[in-house]
Write a protein that binds this ligand. Sequence first.
Ligand code: PNW
Length: 445
Amino acid sequence: HGRGGQGVKHTFDNSFVWGAATSSYQIEGAAEEDGRGASIWDTFSATPGKVDGADTGAVAADHYHRYPEDIALMKDLGLGAYRFSIAWPRIQPDGSGRIEQRGLDFYRRLADGLLEAGIEPWPTLYHWDLPQPLEEAGGWPERDTALRFAEYAAVVHEALGDRISHWTTLNEPWCSAFLGYATGRHAPGRTEPAAAVRAAHHLLLGHGLAAAAMPDARVGITLNLSHVSPYTPDDHDAARRIDGMQNRLFLDPVLRGEYPSDVIADLAEITDFSFVQRDDLKTIAAPPAFLGVNYYSPMLVSQGGAGPTAYPGSEHIAMKDGGRPRTGIGWEIDPDGLLQLLTRLDRDYPLPSLYITENGAAFPEEIHDTGRIDYLDGHLRACSEAIGRGVPLHGYFVWSLLDNFEWAYGYAQRFGIVHVDYATQQRTLKDSARWYAEVIGRGGL
Ligand code: PNW
């Protein structure tokens, strides 16, 4: 600690990475092109009642065809880096074995176009589009899925390794495990708490095995973390539990090589962790090159919930309203929660470099999105403050570059700094994109 201090406010050094993020299923479309196989999100979004408006990612923002235009737009904004994800079913339509060259070629063209525009490509290997055949074999609750993921990672690394300097294995394994297998709000839509915990472990194992399968690569992982507070002084145990499931269940194995003992105890009636095999934690804890942090909103919790939640074993805990303003999707806005989270990470863990790999907001305004500018400005101030307090934060990616398929909300929720007219696929810069370009241009707020 000790860098900065009082005098240094809202400044980012020259090497700070200014980026924007997307993911494959949310923007690409072209779901049946060039040999792409089906993913769990194709299946899930085609199931009545799962996605608002019965929307699917079949066309999305048509980025698969429009990527040259999208790269040009990123260049105009002055982005230093672009975080995107690689669709596993484009590379291995069956989830293992056979490799689809046309899928690899697409990401090679994308990476080359970015490099030519002076933008660093930051691929994520898994942003939720599991090949459907692997779900049919049991999905992430099965250990074999982790082995298949490492096989896929090796294929992609072999093909693109010379172009990529920062790899991310997983995006938000909490969502994959607990929204996918506990609440069923996300694909594959299963509601099996014990399987969800196994999924969490096999996702983490997949991360570790993938990192080991990519020799000499700089490999990190992205977690969705939150700042969890008790609603009243009587709610400290509720906060401990939710912090355990949301944050420490993922942070501790990756950064310390162990599962938190209190979380294991909390889950005792659901699972005994016997799926953890010898050396798994060693594999998971191979030091990551960086930790990606996705932050949107804080959590305020109390005793007294009822029924199934995204937190197996914590069904008796309720999420409370902190009384702060909310974004269009209904998430509370609290930049201080990001500052608290970042300083807590620095205090409690041996940290590698940190990057905010997602932060942003959904608002209904089409072009004049002052709410989004305020949101981003507030959270960047929190980043700057954290850096001033010694947190090793080296970059920031806005979620999202483009309006896109917002999972269970479909196209109704728009996170883009660039507006997409889905009827014409026309892109229009929102005021927040112009604002962000100015921030990047001057290297800070
Ligand atoms: C993240 N939750 O998703 C994802 O990484 C993005 O793909 C997504 O578009 C973005 O945040 C905005 O939602 C989340 O319910 C989805 O806790 C849901 C939750 C958290 C993150």
